[in-house]
Design a protein around this ligand. Structure first.
Ligand code: PLP
Length: 399
């Protein structure tokens, strides 16, 4: 018996579910990229992109995924031999640090483990020791998608300010933009990187690098800046296609325009509240199931849990079986336990993730959680029954 035919839910933490409106906006023949509608619509799209990040500063758009945006940010702000400090709460800070390292930047990782957030105290302590200001940048990840940990960006900024250290503050919001509250200007972020395929509900393929004047001043001395990654041409193009270093990603731009319009219609406050309620429903279900048996939300403390992705520990070799059951029998695709264990080890089967970012509503989450509960039973993963009911009670109370 197979019950998977119908509308499936890709509940991996990116690429996320794409709205019909976004898909329809992209379904067209190629436009003229030199003049006309496409050229005319981009300035407004750029304004909307800034509003989503709560910034009046600049944003450069790249035809790239998140890894490309990481490289773009490093390229414009740093030189080979510069020293940077990466704050790790999961794989993604390590990933960004490795990109910088390969470009010749000396990276130092302050590791906070996989189950706690960045401790601002430890950061200040490290910065205070750097009396010659050799650290040129602090790299942080807002939501680490591998662990589901959400860092307090405002508190990290205060910790830097308290020491009077001049390092640039660079933040990866790839998994949080359009899901969790983020205020680039109010929180004093100098460089922010994002991508199209998570909270922004558009196919993978666009990378964004936001930067303020302080970061742009660093660009003057950045030895790593190259033709393609240079952010200057992209924010002040003499000709339209300089925005994109060549052919504009026309269809992605149409999709993104529609997604940004949808975000504006709902409003950022509404979007943040929806993601918060959905995340709480997910935690309510998993915390309940975990009362009997091994299931646990990876982040023990709800205040450091992301609102866009939840990483789960199963403590026994059942996570892969659960994912396979949900996908093949019921049309729900759960995420692998990224960065928690090597694929070839038994531990690989002890983790999974649920993505709840972007175009996701209460009925989708209740469907997903009801399916997970069926899967837990089907694969024999011990749990206290009734987690999905806890999630529905939470929605009843909230909505
Ligand atoms: C997805 C993700 C990335 C990487 O993006 P790609 O598009 O896969 O290169 C980087 N950082 C975070 C926090 C992410 O969630």
């Amino acid at each position: 018996m197979n019950l998977s035919s119908g509308i499936s839910y890709l509940a991996i933490p990116g690429p996320s579910v794409m709205p019909e409106r976004v898909l329809m906006a992209m379904h067209r023949s190629a436009p003229n990229i030199y003049e006309g509608e496409l050229v005319a619509m981009v300035p407004e799209l750029v304004d909307r992109l800034k509003r989503v990040a709560r910034t009046k500063h600049d944003v450069a758009i790249y035809i790239a995924n998140g890894h490309g945006a990481w490289e773009a940010a490093v390229s414009n702000a740093l030189s080979a031999g510069d020293h940077v400090l990466a704050l790790a709460t999961g794989s993604f800070a390590h990933g960004w640090a490795e990109v910088a390292q390969r470009m010749g930047v000396e990276t130092e990782v302050l590791d906070f483990g996989q189950r706690s957030a960045v401790d601002p105290e430890r950061l200040s302590e490290r910065l205070r020791k750097d009396q010659d200001h050799e650290i040129k940048a602090v790299l942080a990840v807002h939501t680490d998608t591998s662990t589901g940990i959400r860092n307090d960006i405002e508190a990290i900024r205060s910790a830097i300010d308290m020491t009077g250290h001049p390092a640039l503050f660079m933040v990866d919001c790839i998994a949080s933009l359009g899901c969790d509250r983020f205020e680039m200007d109010a929180w004093g972020v100098d460089v922010m990187v994002a991508g199209s395929q998570k909270g922004l509900m558009t196919p993978p393929g666009l990378g964004f690098v936001y930067f303020n004047e302080k970061a742009d001043a660093a660009r003057n001395d950045a030895g790593l800046v190259s033709y393609y990654w240079d952010w200057r041409a992209r924010v002040a193009p003499e000709v339209f296609y300089q925005y994109f270093g060549g052919t504009a990603p026309a269809h992605h731009l149409y999709g993104l325009r529609e997604a940004l319009l949808m975000i504006e219609e709902e409003g950022l406050d509404g979007i943040w509240a929806r993601h918060a309620a959905i995340a709480e429903a997910v935690w309510a279900a998993f915390d309940h199931w975990g009362k009997e048996g091994p299931l646990q939300v990876n982040a023990p403390d709800p205040s450091i849990r992301s609102h866009s992705v939840t990483a789960l520990l199963t403590g026994s070799a059942k996570a892969t079986a659960l994912r396979e059951w949900c996908e093949s029998r019921a049309g729900l695709t759960l995420g692998i336990g990224l960065g928690m264990a090597e694929r070839t080890t038994p531990e690989w089967h002890h983790f999974f993730r649920l993505g709840h970012m972007g175009h996701v509503n209460a009925q989708m989450i209740l469907g997903a959680l009801g399916t997970v509960e069926a899967g837990l039973k089907a694969v024999g993963l011990p749990h206290r029954p009734g987690g999905a009911l806890k999630a529905s009670e939470l929605f009843a109370a909230r909505a």
